[in-house]
Design a protein around this ligand. Structure first.
Ligand code: FES
Length: 234
């Protein structure tokens, strides 16, 4: 009889209401298909082995950003990380970093959303009524390419060493969005947007480490967006 291959999922566990400290729990997950994803492995654990395991997910197609986590040493989306793309028979999974743990892989994203709200993530129209259609040329629209692909998963935020050391830092995701609206030809609040990020914990706090770029599952480059805002300010 052919022995089925199994993958060991070593998963971070912590229930602040019950546990005095975090620990890792190992689960054996059958490697049933070549295209098995890390998220499917977690669902297998939750449905067949341990229904107390907590994690977030929704779209299962790399669109909603809710399944972001730390997988074998790097941040990524569990739903588009193939088990076969990871080396060895063991996968170590941790929650997003620099965030309070609600339970296991489920973190409190409130500070992340507050910073996103702070940069006013919507078009500000001063010259036309907000319900008026605003046309863009192809080249104006092209400036938004890539920037609008951000799914706010939090991978860049968690990988940022500055966010780690300075809670108040707006962080790469919020600053990418600040730049996204700054470069949008339909937005009428350029000066206001620059003023929002021209603060102690805004763009000047970025050390251009590029962890954000490296960890982005959509291959975006928040550090270059931050640099663009710095250049405009200068
Ligand atoms: S579940 Fe939506 S991005 Fe992974």
């Amino acid at each position: 009889m052919v022995q089925k291959r199994e993958i060991c999922f070593k998963v971070f566990r912590f229930d602040p209401d019950r546990d005095s400290k975090p620990y890792f729990q190992a689960y054996q997950v059958p490697f049933v298909r070549k295209d098995l994803t890390v998220l499917e492995g977690l669902f297998y654990i939750q449905e067949k082995l341990d229904n107390s395991l907590a994690f977030r997910s929704s779209c299962r197609s790399a669109v909603c950003g809710s399944c972001a986590m730390h997988i074998n040493g790097g941040y990524g989306l569990a739903c588009n990380t193939l088990v076969s793309s990871l080396k060895g028979n063991k996968i170590t999974i941790r929650p997003l970093g620099h965030m309070n743990i609600i339970k296991d892989l489920f973190v409190d994203l409130e500070p992340f959303w507050k910073k996103y709200e702070f940069i006013k993530p919507y078009l500000i129209s001063k010259t036309l009524p907000s319900d008026h259609e605003r046309l863009q040329s192809h080249s104006e629209r092209a400036k938004l390419d890539g920037l609008i692909d951000c799914i706010l998963c939090g991978c860049c935020y968690s990988s940022c060493m500055v966010t780690l050391t300075k809670d108040e830092y707006l962080g790469p995701a919020a600053l990418l969005w600040a730049n996204r609206f700054y470069v949008d030809s339909r937005d009428d609040a350029k000066d206001e947007r620059l003023a929002i990020v021209n603060v102690e914990n805004g763009v000047w706090r970025c050390h251009t480490i590029f962890n954000c770029h490296q960890s982005c599952p959509k291959s975006l480059n928040p550090a270059s967006c931050i640099t663009n805002l710095k250049m405009k300010l200068i």
